[in-house]
Design a protein around this ligand. Structure first.
Ligand code: NAD
Ligand code: DAU
Length: 339
């Protein structure tokens, strides 16, 4: 079995590659990644010499390059993680989100049609459902919840999802889609909430909480997401969407306070800053379908996952310090100086 994993030098894609190489020693895994600011070859250093692994630097929008790779490798399964993934960057500059997230998806699916595959899997997000009100804890996103996006990022992911379903209906392409809640764990890029707060707290820098900090996210340990995708590509029904989430809703402010407590840092580092434009209030996944059909359940409790994550950032300082010492500093200044 040959699997192409796009975006495998990023956070979830790299964790998925490690999961697949561990779980299926006979599979050939090819990582296709453009290495944008969010892609990092250092993340993949431990698997680079694995004879079942190949890294190819390529943009998913590069049609000729993608076709060439399909011709060479004759993949059975494509798992598309490649995306611009940060909501704040999409508010600042939407265009690259539309290019990579929608047009790149189209190129990959055209290659699948041209060369034939057994499965194309699109890694989507719960953000395509928009948000839920804080005063209705009884509401959850199901696969039937209408698409209702808030940011250029979520709109680009929703656009891609619609195209994926259209390729299934129109051309019979064997597709599946997963829509997962917020992931956390090793190799999470430090622009995102949890790693940003860990890095800032360790440096005794202000911890910038958007708005009133009461927004709710449904956090899932990254390995649980990887196991869900593994199940879907092997056992999921084609043409279907599967929501992935572990009923672990938390307010942003409580996460930041917990990080302060675990690192022994004072809560007065917390600084309330200008809110994100169009900020979604609450995400909450109903994972009944993937549980009933595929037997998936999350295995890592948040209390354990957050401890493992903090320990990982403490023992892998070179990985994230290298990132935040470079171009990231310009990003941080630009994004946070007006807040
Ligand atoms: P990330 O930003 O950490 O990694 C994205 C990777 O894609 C990087 O390695 C980058 O170099 C690569 N990439 C970007 N544009 C590319 C292009 N044009 N061609 C080839 N490679 C390209 O993202 P992540 O957090 O790991 O998210 C991965 C996927 O999962 C995304 O599709 C995202 O929408 C989805 N998702 C993320 C979360 C989350 O909490 N992080 C939750 C649900 C779904
Ligand atoms: O729900 C899945 C989505 O989760 C994925 O599709 C996205 O790719 C991923 O980036 C993530 O989106 P969020 O916007 O929820 O994640 P982020 O880490 O950027 O922010 C989490 C919450 O924390 C959100 O309410 C905004 C807030 N926040 C974020 C940052 C970076 C802050 O208060 N301060 C910050 O500095």
């Amino acid at each position: 079995m040959t699997v192409i994993v796009t975006g495998g030098a990023g956070f979830i894609g790299s964790n998925f590659i490690f999961h697949m190489l561990r779980t299926y020693p006979s599979y050939r895994i090819i990582c296709l990644d453009k290495l944008t600011y969010a892609g990092n070859l250092a993340t993949l250093k431990d698997v680079m010499d694995n004879p079942n692994f190949r890294f190819v630097r390529l943009d998913i929008c590069d049609r000729q390059g993608v076709y060439r790779l399909f011709e060479e490798e004759k993949p059975d399964i494509i798992v598309n993680f490649a995306a611009e993934s940060h909501v704040d960057r999409s508010i600042d500059n939407p265009e690259i989100f539309l290019k990579t997230n929608i047009l790149g998806t189209q190129v990959l699916m055209d290659a699948c049609r041209k060369y034939g595959i057994s499965r194309y899997h699109q890694v989507s997000t719960d953000e395509v459902y928009g948000d839920l009100p804080l005063d209705r804890p009884d509401l959850f996103f199901t696969e039937e919840t209408p698409i209702h996006t808030s940011s250029p990022y979520s709109s680009s992911k929703a656009g891609a999802d619609l195209l994926v379903m259209a390729y299934n209906r129109t051309y019979g392409l064997p597709v599946t889609i997963s829509r997962c809640s917020n992931n956390y764990g090793p190799y999470h890029f430090p622009e995102k909430l949890i790693p940003l707060m860990i890095a800032n707290a360790l440096a005794d820098k202000p911890l910038p909480v958007y708005g009133n900090g009461l927004n709710v996210r449904d956090w899932l340990y990254v390995e649980d997401h990887c196991r869900a995708i593994d199940l879907i590509i092997h056992k999921g029904r084609t043409g279907e969407v599967y929501n992935v989430g572990g009923h672990n809703e938390m307010r942003n402010i409580d996460i930041v306070k917990l990080i302060c407590q675990k690192l022994g840092k004072p809560e007065d580092l917390i600084t309330y800053v200008k809110d994100r434009k169009g900020h979604d209030m609450r995400y909450a996944i109903d994972p009944t379908k993937i549980h009933k059909e595929l037997g998936w359940l999350p295995e890592t409790k948040f209390a354990d996952g957050i401890q493992k994550t903090i320990d990982w950032y403490l023992t892998h300082r070179e990985w994230w310090e290298e990132i935040i010492s470079g171009e990231y500093q310009n990003y941080y200044k630009k994004m946070y100086e007006e807040k």
